[in-house]
Design a binder for this molecule. Structure first.
Ligand SMILES: Nc1ncnc2c1ncn2[C@@H]1O[C@H](COP(=O)(O)OP(=O)(O)O)[C@@H](O)[C@H]1O
Ligand SMILES: [Mg+2]
Length: 167
């Protein structure tokens, strides 16, 4: 597990750019945390860094938005906050959003727990103060190490511990 302190929205966006440079398809990333912890801020900047132009809106009403990055990689942004349970979950076209050539980001992943494959990266954001957030990153060890190295090269403070193990 990696822990980072994101001292400002700018630091969250810097971390998003770090992730954008490290993650390769296929990759499923879950982004957890209370309302306002910066989940959408992070995913939006990551999509921008992958070359998505035009508006990147929060998919909280549409459940999912799909984009194509500058290198042709497909990018899916899901927000399952409003997805109910039972039939809603069964009818949702999960297979459309997880593919070999795609990067998939899921805010509020709980509703998709049973339908989605295991996440490759699990992000958890927590309120620290008005302008700062704590981030936890769980991934397989080689990927955690790549993320940590890239984050440190961008002057982000990163701690690495074995707690939690691979995602
Ligand atoms: N360090 C920080 N990282 C991310 N957002 C922050 C931070 N500090 C303050 N904020 C503010 O918190 C809000 C986060 O909103 P948003 O990204 O939509 O959160 P979520 O998707 O988790 O509900 C934004 O208004 C943003 O400016
Ligand atoms: Mg959001």
């Amino acid at each position: 597990m990696l822990t980072l302190t994101l001292m400002s929205p700018a630091a969250t966006r810097r971390f998003a750019r770090v992730l954008a440079g490290v993650l390769e398809p296929p990759c499923l990333v879950t982004v957890e945390g209370e309302l306002g912890t910066g989940k959408t801020t992070l995913v939006r900047e990551l999509l921008r860094a992958r070359g998505v132009r035009g508006p990147v809106t929060s998919p909280s009403f549409t459940l999912a938005q799909s984009y194509v990055g500058s290198d042709g990689v497909v990018l899916h942004h899901l927000d399952l906050y409003r997805l109910g349970s039972g039939a809603d979950v069964d009818l949702f076209a999960w297979e459309d959003y997880v593919a070999d050539d795609a990067l998939t980001f899921v805010e509020w992943p709980q509703a998709g727990r049973r339908a989605l494959p295991r996440a490759d990266v699990r992000l958890m954001l927590r309120h620290r103060s008005l302008r700062s957030r704590d981030a936890e990153v769980r991934a397989a060890e080689p990927l955690e190490k790549r993320i940590a190295t890239a984050a440190r090269s961008q002057s982000l403070a990163v701690e690495r511990s074995e707690v939690g193990g691979p995602a």
